[in-house]
Structures are given as C-alpha cells and as structure tokens.
Design a binder for this molecule. Structure first.
Ligand SMILES: Cc1ncc(C[n+]2csc(CCOP(=O)(O)OP(=O)(O)O)c2C)c(N)n1
Ligand SMILES: [Mg+2]
Length: 370
C-alpha cells in the first residue's frame, strides 16, 4: 500500500514595510490613505506617552501594577483600524492602542490598573470587553460573541487578542475548535512577543510557527510582521472579509516584541539578553512608521515636537480625570461579580468579615480576621 500525503500546507509570512524601510508597493500602495497613516502614527506616539506616564504612576505608588505596551502598538492598532465599529474587540491587557483608537476613554484603563472596578465599566455600544487578566479566558468570549452575531445575522465579527503563552491554555483550543466547526466570524489574533513573562516562546511551542496551531482546526492561518502596521491592516482586512462573507474564522500570528518588562512587577533583565532587546529596539513599529512618513515628506521634527506637547497635555488630562474620581466605599468591590449577590457574600459585605479562613463571620471577633 503506498504511503501518500493526505494533507500538505504551508504558513505564509506577510510583511509590507520591513525593518529596513523597504515598502512593498504592490501590496501596500493605497492600502491606508496617507492622512490615515499620519493619524495612526500620531495615535501611536500618544499611546507610547501614556505608557511612560502609567509606568511612572506605578513607580510613585499611584497605580497597583501596569503592563507596558511599548513595542506592540502596531498590532492592536492595525486591527482596530481595519475593523468596523460593530465588530467586537476582545482583548487581554496589552492592547491599549487598539482600544483607544476604538474610543475607549483612557482614564478607564488607568482606573483599571489603579484597582478601581469602574475602569471595567465599558460604555454601551463600544463593542469592547473589559481587560482580561486570567490568561486565555477571553478567547471563549469571542467565540460566543461571534456565534451571537451569526445567530442574529448582524454581520459583526469578534476579534480576540492574546499572547503566545495563552496558546498553551486549554481555553484557546476550545475556542478555536468551536469557532472553526460552527463556522463563526472570529479572528484569533495572537501577539507573539517572544515571552510569556520569563518563559520564551520556543519552550511553549516546539513548532516553527504559532500560526500553524490553527491548521489543526482547519482554519486559514497567517503569520505577519506585527511591527509593520501595513501588514497587520492587510491581514485583518482579509480575515474580516473571510469572516463576513464565508463565516470562517482566521488565525493570525503577529510577530512582535515587548520592549518593556512583563509588568511593573517584573524585571526582564533577569532572564532576557541585552542583545535581543537591542535588536528589537531597531524594529520598533513607531520608528518604522516615522521613517515611512519622513520619506514621503508627510512628517518632520517640528510636527513631532508639537505632537509631543499635545501628547503630554492629552495624557495629563486623562490622568487628572482618573485621579479626580471620587473614592468608593470599601464594600463596593463585592458588587462587581454577581447580578444577584449570593448570601455568603451579602453576609461578608454587611459584616465586613470573611469566612475564608474557616471562621464563622457571625461569631469570629473582628480582631482575629483583620
Ligand atoms: C490562567 C492564568 N494563569 C497564569 C497567569 C499569570 N500570568 C500572567 S501573564 C502570564 C504570561 C502570559 O504570556 P502571554 O500569553 O505570552 O502574554 P504576554 O504577557 O506576553 O502578552 C501569566 C502566566 C494568569 N494571569 N492567568
Ligand atoms: Mg507573550
């Protein structure tokens, strides 16, 4: 009996503007109108400034923790630009640029990291889910949202973002399996930034690409240069088209890099080589886009200087709005989990005592549990 291949495939990598400034005219010309490229660049600069300020807020004790987005701005921004307002953005925690492009007020993200649940109260109609900190959980929500869109026939898509590390979670595979087998309009957008805290991608995935994980579910899969906003926009537009016309999901692996620590609770110098970091600094998506704009006479140093001033004022105002909000009573945090609060939480809220240490909050004296 001859042995014959039953399945052969390959994974393509898409780059339009590479790290040396080379631009693929065939794929890239007219993809994004010049004025929009300027707007995207301006947005990146403003988001980068927010990152810097949020880091300082954490270091000065005004914020609990913060995950820097630096270096990864082109991914979620390119996707948010390519999608429509009716499409869902189902993110984890490193997608500020895309969320702000969609219209999420910056102070909500600041409040979230300041530990204020009001940061998770997303304005109605924005079609954005709250930041998801438990790794992988949001992909299932995206599959559900895609399913709901298909059921209603509203032509919407759910685009979910997650890291390379998240693709090792069971939830990821369940979400992918459902989306593929039920023909759902979902885009799975993996930000492969080389690290899951201190675990390098090569330890989490022994295949040469993460993109090929989607092949097992019969999905279209592509790898893109995640620091090239043109490539991201094209890949997401193609995926959106497939989702809207054929109700098929797509898996996109965007290769990028986090230039900062995992969060402010981390120190990447303990596990990451300087050389690797220096190499990726040269691939910074902002520098690349600035080079493209400069080469076309669309930007210059004086525009940059006034943008910098604008960014500072913009972020200072957002920080002010987050800081000015009136503090809530401490019992308030009980109210954010359930629509109808279970009796044990009601009891804890009214007595401000806990039974989590095996004590009966009715009889334990307050000093023992404080
Ligand atoms: C279910 C779950 N397990 C563990 C963690 C702790 N944790 C936070 S971030 C992280 C690594 C995530 O890596 P990746 O998915 O690559 O995302 P990145 O931060 O690199 O964008 C881990 C293990 C968590 N938040 N949730
Ligand atoms: Mg990662």
């Amino acid at each position: 009996m001859p042995v014959e291949p039953v399945f052969e495939t390959r994974i393509d990598r898409l780059t339009i503007l590479d790290e040396h400034g080379r631009f693929d005219e065939e794929l890239g010309a007219g993809l994004i109108p010049d004025e929009d490229v300027v707007a995207l660049y301006r947005h990146m600069v403003i988001c980068r400034h927010l990152d810097e300020i949020a880091f300082k807020l954490q270091r000065s004790g005004r914020m609990g923790t913060y995950p820097e987005n630096r270096g990864q701005e082109a991914t979620s921004l390119g996707a948010a630009y390519a999608l429509q307002k009716k499409d869902w953005l189902v993110t984890c925690y490193r997608e500020n640029a895309g969320l702000f492009w969609r219209g999420l007020p910056m102070e909500l993200v600041l409040l979230h990291w300041m530990g204020d649940e009001r940061g998770n109260e997303i304005p109605e109609g924005l079609n954005v889910t709250p930041l998801a900190i438990p790794i992988g959980t949001q992909m299932l929500h995206a599959t559900g949202l895609g399913w709901a869109s298909k059921y209603r026939g509203d032509d919407g898509i759910a685009c979910t973002f997650f890291g390379d590390g998240a693709t090792s979670e069971g939830d990821f595979h369940e979400a992918m399996n459902f989306a593929a087998n039920l023909d759902l309009p979902v885009i799975f957008f993996c930000q492969n930034n080389s690290w899951a805290i201190s675990v390098p991608t090569r330890i989490q995935c022994s295949a040469p690409t993460i993109a090929q994980r989607g092949l097992a579910y019969g999905m279209d899969c592509i790898q893109v240069d995640g620091n090239d906003i043109f490539a991201v926009v094209k890949a997401v537009r193609d995926a959106a088209e497939r989702a809207r016309t054929n109700q098929r999901p797509t898996f996109i692996e965007a290769v990028t890099y986090r230039l900062g620590d995992h969060t402010t609770a981390d120190d990447a110098r303990r596990y990451r080589d300087d050389e690797e970091l220096e190499m990726w600094k040269l691939r910074d998506p902002m520098i690349r886009l600035r080079g493209w704009l400069d080469a076309r006479g669309l930007w210059d140093d004086s525009k940059q200087a006034s943008l910098q001033e604008e960014a500072e004022a913009h972020i200072a105002a957002a920080v002010q709005r987050a800081s000015d909000i009136e503090a809530l009573p401490p019992t308030e945090f009980f109210k954010n989990m359930y629509k109808t609060m279970p009796p044990n939480l009601q009891q804890q809220m009214s007595t401000m005592r806990t039974s989590s240490l095996g004590r009966n909050p009715e009889t334990a004296d307050q000093s023992a549990v404080s």
